[in-house]
Structure formats: C-alpha cells, structure tokens
Design a protein around this ligand. Structure first.
Ligand SMILES: NC(=O)c1ccc[n+]([C@@H]2O[C@H](COP(=O)([O-])OP(=O)(O)OC[C@H]3O[C@@H](n4cnc5c(N)ncnc54)[C@H](O)[C@@H]3O)[C@@H](O)[C@H]2O)c1
Length: 287
C-alpha cells in the first residue's frame, strides 16, 4: 500500500540541479513540504524560487558540522522530517593510476562520506516519524566501468552502507532505499561528456548501457519508489535485471570487453592531463 506523501516533509541534498531539483519539483507536486540543501547557493535559490514553501540551507556535505546545523534548521522550520534523500554527488573520471589523487579522494568524500553524513544528521528526526531514507548510488555500483574507479567505488560504498543501514533501521520502523540509475540527462552527464576520457569510455560501452536516458521517467520511478518506501529504486528498469545478474556479469569476458576501451581512454586522458594537469583532467569543466 502506498505511503501517503501529501503533507509530509522531505530533505534533499544536491537539490540545486539535475536529479535533486527535478525530484524536489515532483515531490512538491505530490504535496510534500521540502528542505533543500546544496553547496551552490545561487542555483539553490533559483530552484527554490519555483517551489513555494520550500526552505533552503547552503551546506557542503563534506562539512559534518555545517550539515548537522543545516538539517537541524530545516527540521525546525518544517516541524518534522519524514524523508531524507542523500543525493548530492560529483563525477570524476580517468584511469585510477593517472588521475590527481585529490580528485579521487574528493569523489569518495562527497559521494560516500557525504551520504553517510547526511544519513547521520537526518536519522534521529526520520526515526521519530518512522520515515524513509533514500541513498542515491548509481548503476556504477553494480557495473563498474574503467575510467570510473573513484565514482564506482564511492557508489558501491553507498550501496553497502545502505544495505547495512536498511537492516539496522528495520526494527525501528524506518525504511532505507538505494537508488541506481544509468546515465541520465542531467548537467553531471552533459558536463562529463565534455571530458575527453569520460566521453571516450561512455561511447565505447555496450548499448544500451552507453545511452543517456531522459530524466523525467527516472524521477517518476523515484517518486513512486518513495511512496512505496522501496528497498531499491532503479532506472531504466532493466537495471533491476543487471542487479539480479551481477554475479554472472563479473567475469573474465566482461573484463576483456570493457578493457578494450582502456587504450583510447588513457590516450585521451594523457593529452588532457598534459594541458590542464591530472586533477583538472579528472573533473568536469567548471559550470
Ligand atoms: N545523472 C546521472 O546519470 C546519474 C546516474 C547515477 C547516479 N547519479 C547520482 O545522482 C546524484 C545527482 O546527480 P545529478 O546528475 O543530478 O548531478 P548534478 O551535477 O546535476 O547535481 C548534483 C548537485 O549536487 C551538488 N553538490 C555537489 N557537491 C556537493 C557538496 N559537496 N555538498 C552539497 N552539494 C553538493 C551540486 O552543487 C549539484 O547541485 C549524484 O549523487 C550522482 O552521482 C547520477
């Protein structure tokens, strides 16, 4: 039976763009009151301006104290917290042995530790409402790709964290979901396509994994998943199949298929790194 969202509250990190902003609009349309968090204050204000009643806090998910304060302020202003969506994330790319170490470590800091910090801040309030936590991972947790080592590691970490947390919170009436998406049409993917190594890798993956999928159906699937307090939310739907087959997909043949992409990706990354350095080459161009 669906969990009535109308009148409930949700906190979303990374709400200033892409999935977070679109999900905020979809949940507002279902009658939810929203607390939106992002590190990019200007973009967050633009999103909130279209969502009457939404409250915002500018915070970096790498900063535990700032996030604690932001969540506390949001709960104070909304009065309660039923749903928390740990969505803020970054994408970096390039061969792990070549990328600047800060780019690799920032990816883990934002994507994995940022999700842990968000969950940690939100759990006491979500427990009071016997609510729902959604941790945004990625299909990269299930099918890691060369050139996405840091990203895949961070997202596999989110999945592992979410699955353990799900069991821990079940006796307390809180449900925990993990989100898995393939490439969706958001600024993250559009900017990634402007990075030489990432673009080479994406284009070389087998179809339909290499496709960029429209955002709105993924957001519909996510809103419906929140209504069902789903354990897993995935888009496109065949990602559920990839999850069921993951043990079979992890073999020498799949390694050989994806490793064919490596020489081209290494060459593209090397050229870019010579121009801008190995850290900048691993990150999307600035917005
Ligand atoms: N777009 C995809 O194809 C895709 C696929 C799978 C998973 N995801 C995941 O979905 C989430 C959202 O991705 P998106 O495509 O909407 O990206 P996006 O770049 O459009 O939006 C990400 C948002 O997170 C914010 N953010 C980044 N670092 C932050 C920090 N340190 N503290 C607070 N906010 C921060 C950004 O300012 C931005 O508003 C990410 O976790 C991403 O890894 C995306």
């Amino acid at each position: 039976m669906a969990w009535e969202l109308n009148g409930r509250t949700a906190l979303i990190t990374g709400a200033a763009s892409g999935i977070g902003a679109a999900l905020a609009r979809a949940l507002a349309a279902r009658g939810m009151r929203l607390g939106l968090v992002d590190v990019d204050g200007d973009a967050l204000a633009r999103v909130a301006a279209t969502l009457p009643g939404a409250v915002t806090e500018v915070a970096d998910v790498r900063d535990r104290a700032a996030l604690d304060t932001a969540v506390e302020d949001i709960v104070e202003r909304l009065g309660r917290l039923d749903v928390a969506v740990a969505n803020a994330g970054i994408a970096t790319g390039g061969p792990a042995r070549m990328v600047g170490p800060d780019a690799f470590e920032d990816t883990i800091d934002v994507n994995l530790l940022g999700v842990w910090r968000t969950a940690r801040s939100a759990i006491p309030y979500v427990l009071e409402q016997r609510g729902y936590l959604l941790l945004v991972a990625s299909a990269a947790a299930v099918v890691p790709a060369p050139g996405l080592a840091a990203y895949s590691a961070s997202k596999a970490g989110v999945e592992g964290f979410g699955r353990a947390l799900r069991a821990e919170l079940l006796p307390h009436g809180v449900a925990v979901g993990v989100g898995y998406y393939l490439f969706l049409d958001t600024p993250m993917v559009r900017e990634g396509e402007r990075m030489a190594g990432f673009n080479r890798m994406k284009k070389g993956l087998p179809n339909p994994i290499s496709r960029t999928w429209p955002l709105e159906p993924a957001i519909d699937a996510t809103s419906r998943g929140i209504e069902r307090r789903a354990r897993r939310i995935a888009y496109p739907p065949f990602v559920h199949g990839l999850m069921a087959l993951r043990g079979l997909l992890d073999n020498g043949v799949s390694d050989r298929i994806t490793s064919r992409l490596v020489p081209g990706m290494e060459a593209a990354f090397t050229e870019e790194a010579q121009r801008v350095g190995p850290d900048a080459a691993a990150r999307p161009p600035r917005r």
